[in-house]
Design a protein around this ligand. Structure first.
Ligand SMILES: *Cc1c(COP(=O)(O)O)cnc(C)c1O
Length: 389
């Protein structure tokens, strides 16, 4: 198929739910990706947060090939070894507890909402934050503190309250006898790379302890090394009661996971929650390969080092170009807030062979693969500087 043909077939046959960039991609390797015309791009937003190891990591490819030839799928009323291994590894890496396997971030958050309600025994209100993003199902758009994702889909499910991010008093005031949980992104990704303050997170944790509320930390975007640690909560010295994961965990394959602390890990008993494809052998082999590669290739220290380099360069750009209002983020999750819409910059970068994202109208979002090289960072920053000029 020629590119134009592909666009036409999409137009005729696929719901127009996405704002699309007219590019047809055919292969990827690390931080590079090629379109149907064999034009090479540097991908600084691989998979919207899925590509923490870049495209087509050899270890992931090998694991998937091997598993596909043995057993592609087995449902959750039976046992299989890769699922046992992945669950054990995630629990060891995060906190004592148990996991639930599903297929996406929204589904993981739905699980967290259901578990909270079951735990609440009549308490059901969940406090969430302005500019948060938790997914596209009915419950998760309601948890998402942005009207634009909710409009037209009313009536929304009951039991969610949205308050100002980083405002502990607002949280305190929102708590009632019906409150059961607080759902939080430590860095709001889609909402503009807004970093939660340490004071705020410690305060929220304390409130949860005092009022017997569950702290649900949505690490769908910040997890699996994105911030230079395996999970973002490690930067804060707090432990969630429930953590949700998805995006980068499967190395490009669809996976979601809810990690639940030990004390409440039997809240959802047999028959209360399920997901047919959750934790299937091929996907969990891919996830195991991701974790193994991160360990063997010392991805976290490398990402931390590259973070210093990237933010150094971004801050230098900020000094030089007054159009940059603020540079923020942790690890390799970077937001560059402009005092103008970022769309034109993204398009200019694309012309020059660099893929980045703009969120919340004015925030350029860079989330390169954690194994990005210094040379690639230099190249990307040169292109961004050219676009700013
Ligand atoms: C992407 C994202 C989700 C939704 O994940 P899906 O896999 O698209 O359902 C939820 N929370 C956060 C923080 C995200 O970045």
């Amino acid at each position: 198929m020629k590119a134009q043909e592909v666009f036409d077939v999409y137009k005729e046959n696929i719901l127009p739910t996405y704002t699309k960039t007219p590019l047809v991609f055919v292969k990827g390797k690390g931080s590079r990706i090629w379109d149907v015309h064999n034009k090479e791009y540097l991908d600084f937003f691989p998979g919207w947060g899925v590509g923490n190891l870049g495209h087509c990591h050899p270890k992931v490819m090998q694991a998937v090939r091997d598993q596909v030839s043995k057993l592609i799928f087995i449902p959750n009323n039976y046992y299989h070894i890769p699922q046992a291994k992945l669950a054990k590894e995630i629990v060891e890496l995060s906190f004592p507890g148990k996991v639930f396997f599903c297929n996406s971030g929204a589904e993981a958050n739905e699980g967290a909402i259901k578990l909270s309600r079951k735990f609440g025994k009549g308490r059901y209100e969940i406090i969430t934050f302005e500019n948060s993003f938790h997914g596209r199902t009915l419950a998760t758009i309601t948890a998402t503190g942005q009207k634009k994702y909710q409009q037209g889909f009313e009536p929304l499910p009951e039991g969610f309250k949205t308050v100002k991010f980083n405002d502990l008093n607002a949280v305190k005031q929102a708590i009632t006898e019906k409150t059961v949980a607080i759902m939080l992104e430590l860095i709001q990704g889609e909402g503009g790379v807004n970093v939660a303050s340490k004071e705020f997170v410690l305060g929220v944790r304390k409130l949860c302890d005092e009022k017997n509320l569950l702290l649900i930390v949505d690490e769908v975007q910040t997890g699996i090394g994105r911030t230079g640690k395996m999970f973002c909560f490690e930067h804060y010295g707090v432990t969630p009661d429930i953590m949700t994961l998805a995006k980068a965990l499967g190395g490009g394959l669809p996976i979601g996971m809810m990690v639940v602390k030990k004390e409440i890990s039997d809240t959802l008993g047999p028959g209360t929650h399920a997901s047919t494809f959750g934790g299937g052998p091929v996907i969990v082999r891919a996830a195991l390969a991701v974790l193994q590669a991160m360990n063997k290739e010392k991805i976290l220290p490398a990402a931390k080092k590259m973070s210093g380099y990237l933010f150094g360069k971004l801050n230098a750009l900020k000094e030089k170009y007054p159009v940059i209002k603020e540079v923020r983020g942790i690890g390799l999750m970077a937001g560059v807030e402009l005092n103008m819409p970022g769309k034109a910059i993204v398009e200019k970068c694309l012309e020059k062979g660099l893929l980045i994202n703009c969120t919340h109208d004015t925030v350029l979002r860079l989330m390169p693969a954690l194994n990005v090289t210094q040379k690639e960072v230099d190249k990307a920053l040169n292109i961004i500087e050219g676009a700013l000029q």
